[in-house]
Structures are given as C-alpha cells and as structure tokens.
Design a protein around this ligand. Structure first.
Ligand SMILES: [Zn+2]
Length: 488
C-alpha cells in the first residue's frame, strides 16, 4: 500500500494524529493529553522500529547503539521541544536585533538552560545593529487608488515624512534594469523576478535597491523572495552599496508584483506612493547564549551545535530560527536527562543577529579564534524544522565516511541521508577561519514559503518532526563527541 515501509507508515500516522489535534481545536488540556498519547505511542513504536531495523554492518558503532537508541526514544517520548518553542514564540514574539523582546528571550534561554542542568551557561556580549521598521505603507495612487501589501526591507532607510511618490518601472532582471538606462531616473523600480532558488533570487533583494539607485531611481520594490503564498510579503535584509545613494526599499507580494506587471504590460502608467518610517539607531547590546556538557576525557575538544535566536520583526521567528535553536539545544538536554556525558564537550550556541548583520557568528569566531583548532565539528539548524531527512556535511572524505556510518543509526526515523555540503550562516565565519567540518540539518518542508513572513508561527511546525530532529541531532552530536578517534 503506497509502498510505505512500516516505519514510514507509523510516522505518517503519528504525524496525522498530531496535526489533527490542532485542527479540531479541543481544550488545551484535552489537546495536551492527546499530544502526549501520540508521543507515547510513537515513542514505543519508534523504539520497536529501531530495535528491529537491520543493524548496519558498521562494527565500530556497536558501543554507541544503545545510547543512540535511548536518545531517540527520549526525544520521541514527549512534545517537549515543540512546547518549548511555542512558549518562546507565545511569550516573547518576534526577536529582531536591538529589541527588548530579543534580550528578554535571551535571559529566558539562560534560565531554561540552567534548569536543564547544562554547564557553563553564559551570555557572551555582541554589539548588534538596531534597525526599526516603524509605520509603513504602499499604495497605487494613479490611475486609481489601491493599497498594496508590503514589508520594508531590513536595514532600509525611511522615506521623508510625507512619503515618496513616483512612476513605477517594472523590470524582470538586472539586464532589463541596465537596458532601461536613463529612463530609470526619478522612478520607483520594481524587480519582478519569480523565485527559483533562494541564492539565485535573493540577489535582487540584497543588491537591487543600490543597482536601481545608481541609475537614479528614488525607491525600490522587490517581488518577495519566496514561492507564491497567500499574498504574504517576505522581508529580509538589503545591502547598500557605498557607491550609490541610499533609497528606501520594500518587498511586495508575488500576487501584487504580478498585478503591477500586468498593468504596466497593458500600457497603464502607474504612480505609487511609498511611506516608511524605517531607521537605523546606534548599535545595541546583545549576546550569544552558550551552554555545554563538558567532555569527560577531552573537555577542550568541542562539538558545537546551534541556530540563531534573533528573527525578523514579523511572525514569531518559529521556523527561522527558533526551531533550529530549540532542536540543537535539545540534543544537550536529552544527553543530560539520560546522564550521557560524552568524551568531548558538546556546546550549544544560540547566535544573535544573523538576520541583519551576522554579528553573533563573527563575534563567536573572534572570541574563540585561539580554540578553533579544537573545534571538532560545527552543526547549524537554520532551514526550518520539518521532517528531518538527514544532514549536509562539508569536510574531509574520511570525516564524511564516519558521518555516513553514524547516520545509519538514524535509519529507523529515515533521517540517514548525508548530503553533499553542510554549513550555515552563523557557523560560517568560524568554519572558514578554522577550516572546520560543518554540518546542517536537512529537512523536507516548504521553508521559503513562510521564511521572513508574518506567517512564521509555531502552527506550521509538527511536534513529531521537532522530536525527530532533536533525536537525530542528539545522536549525531553524541557519537561524534564520544567516538575514540577525533573526526578528521
Ligand atoms: Zn535563519
């Protein structure tokens, strides 16, 4: 039937039960009881599947099978990770750099890590940019008035108090912009470039405003960098080129971008009015949060896990990247709960300011520069916490072979695929400086549909997927930290 393996069928069943909980909207306590029952069943079945999965022929893993099985069993036995993420988002909301919400959430994380029994829990200071959005709006003013859905781009300057009104020029590429030449002067330019991959399309958000300004544009709009949603705008950072004037810039929805394109293609001359109060304030104080389980034999050798704790100022940053923070933190909580203290230190870092500055990741590199040679591996989860499929890995061939072996312990939850490359924005600076092995959690989900939008909220995340992701990261980190030979 559908060619599903028993394990896959069990997972889907458990997932559907978990999903149904939120659809039928029972009372909170009934909801929690059903969620717990789901986890109890899934935990037991998961353990059974694990026990029955054909043991891989990798004999060096034998001493690690039992702890790995316990870590997975513990992760799958409760919705703890999802509930912690829900509490984070519900309590503090979004967490933009410079906001009180981010700093309050950081203090909460420290307190929770201490309660979990993690060691050396600390805040490491980082100066972060402090951009504030303020009020903002975009409308077509001629030939008829229509309000458009928009979000100013992070780090954008604002408009004068009475806004900027200009004729709209729509382009589909940088080539079309260049070809428009002198006609760009005085216009508001819309880059209407449909989403392909993030790397390909985000160039228009990052560099588009300055490219348009260099030709005399007075404001820039970008089609949201994501697939069509439900008229959902996506924010994200722009990078001003010091050589061009700074003009205000905002994202519009894919639906509105297509509409504007159609109208211009029909020969309609459109005038738009953009109002943005956005401004950059002086740098603010923030922190990376660090917690550890110190290694029992080689405490100076470190396996680092983490995600970024800041988010855009819309939604609650649950997928980007609250979930990544919680599932990596979970790896340590699970080890602590099971009294598993590996040979090497496992460290979780919740980096600050990934979104509009990457100051947390660069501060980490600078603070630990002397110790990077002792960093065995860095792993980041920042692609959402959907059903985990495995990990991306960048490193030596020998390292990849070991990681592949370890991944066989995750066959029972179908998270055993090792992709061709791994990494993350926050671990990037340290990985590059220390030439370190890098990994990322890989998941099967529509991350870019909700990333940087008001729709980035906890309800898009399945508790069972978070449990699987936590278990998978815990097993990977534990074995790398525990195995006799260092990962090379
Ligand atoms: Zn992110």
């Amino acid at each position: 039937m559908l060619g599903l393996t028993p394990a896959r069928a069990i997972d889907i069943h458990a997932s559907r039960q978990a999903t149904r909980v939120s659809i039928t909207r029972p009372t909170i306590s009934a909801m929690r009881t059903r969620l717990l029952q789901t986890f109890l069943i899934a935990g037991l079945l998961g353990l059974a599947v694990q026990a029955q999965s054909p043991a891989s022929s990798v004999t060096w893993l034998d001493p690690h099978r039992e702890p790995a099985s316990r870590l997975l069993g513990e992760a799958m036995s409760s919705p703890f990770a999802w509930e912690r993420l829900a509490e984070l988002g519900d309590t503090f909301g979004h967490r933009l750099s410079g906001s009180q919400a981010l700093e309050d959430a950081i203090d909460w994380a420290v307190e929770q890590m201490q309660k979990d029994g993690l060691e050396n829990v600390r805040k490491e200071p980082v100066k972060v940019p402090h951009w504030v959005r303020g009020q903002e709006s975009l409308e077509i003013v001629a030939p008829r008035r229509h309000t458009l859905v928009m979000l100013g781009l992070g780090n954008s300057v604002g408009t004068p108090p009475d806004g900027i009104e200009a004729e709209l020029l729509v382009v589909r590429s940088f080539d079309e912009l260049q070809a428009a030449g002198a006609s760009v002067k005085g216009k508001m330019v819309l880059f209407n470039v449909p989403f392909t991959t993030y790397g390909e399309t985000v160039r228009y958000r990052g560099a588009g405003p300055s490219r348009a300004a260099a030709l005399g544009a007075v404001a820039a709009l970008v089609r949201s960098v994501g697939p069509p949603g439900l008229r959902t705008p996506h924010t994200g950072a722009l990078n001003y080129d010091p050589a061009a004037p700074q003009i205000p810039a905002a994202a519009v929805t894919t639906e509105d971008a297509d509409r504007l394109q159609r109208m211009v293609d029909r020969g309609t001359t459109l005038r738009l009015r953009l109002e943005m109060e956005a401004q950059m304030l002086p740098d603010a104080d923030s922190y990376n949060v660090v917690g550890e389980i110190r290694g029992r034999e080689l405490p100076d050798e470190v396996v680092v896990l983490g995600g970024h704790f800041d988010s855009w100022d819309v939604g609650t940053g649950s997928t980007d990247d609250g979930g990544g923070c919680i599932v990596t933190w979970e790896a340590l909580r699970l080890m602590k709960k099971l009294s598993l203290r590996p040979r090497r230190t496992v460290r979780v870092v919740l980096w600050t300011n990934e979104e509009n500055g990457l100051r947390g990741g660069t501060a980490y590199r600078d603070r630990y520069r002397d110790q990077l040679a002792n960093h065995v591996l860095m792993l980041e989860s920042d692609s959402g916490v959907f059903r985990p499929t495995g990990f991306g890995f960048s490193g030596s061939d020998a390292g990849r072979a070991k990681i592949r072996d370890i991944a066989t312990l995750l066959r029972g939850i179908q998270a055993d695929r090792i992709g061709p490359s791994g990494g993350g924005a926050d671990i990037g600076p340290a990985v590059e400086a220390g030439k370190l092995a890098a990994m990322s959690l890989e998941v099967d989900g529509n991350y870019f549909l909700i990333h940087h939008t008001p729709a980035d909220t906890i309800d898009k995340i399945d508790p069972m997927d978070m449990a699987r992701a936590s278990g998978a990261i815990a097993v990977m980190a534990y074995v790398v930290a525990e195995m006799p030979d260092r990962l090379r």
